[in-house]
Design a protein. Structure first.
Length: 140
């Protein structure tokens, strides 16, 4: 409670002092209580507080190494994402080509153990369904 009263008194003192452009003094008495007033205490050292020019906020020291490292990490991740996107695009293009061939050519052949064999209609339709599902999952 005492701190709330002190804070309110300080706020009022600082506010009125700022409007009047008066100097504020701060000191600690023998009991250890901090006081603020427009007049310095008699026979005690007091610190002057300049309310007209507030102290600048402490600036956090910049860490250029961390910033450079972060930029390097960001660039590496962007490069990896771009490469992955290119691989995905190439895969999608290949799958679209495969789908077009399966849909337009009823006589699709596949090489198995060095020999070519034709798909049955059921195999062709199953392969068309697989490719469509792959396109939906990966390329949309």
């Amino acid at each position: 409670m005492r701190w709330m009263i002190l804070a309110a008194t300080l706020a009022l003192t600082v506010g009125s002092a700022a409007s009047q452009a008066a100097q504020i003094y701060k000191w600690v008495d023998a009991q250890g209580v901090t006081h603020f007033d427009a007049q310095p205490p008699a026979g005690q050292p007091a610190q002057e507080i300049n309310v007209q020019k507030p102290a600048p906020p402490p600036s956090a020291p910049k860490e250029p190494d961390a910033t450079v490292e972060q930029q390097a990490a960001d660039a590496k991740v962007k490069k990896q994402v771009a490469a992955e996107e290119m691989r995905r695009k190439d895969y999608c293009d290949q799958q679209r080509t495969n789908l077009a061939q399966l849909q337009n050519n009823p006589r699709v052949r596949e090489e198995v153990n060095g020999e070519f064999r034709r798909f049955t209609e059921e195999e062709r339709q199953a392969r068309i369904a697989e490719v469509k599902k792959s396109l939906e999952d990966t390329c949309n």
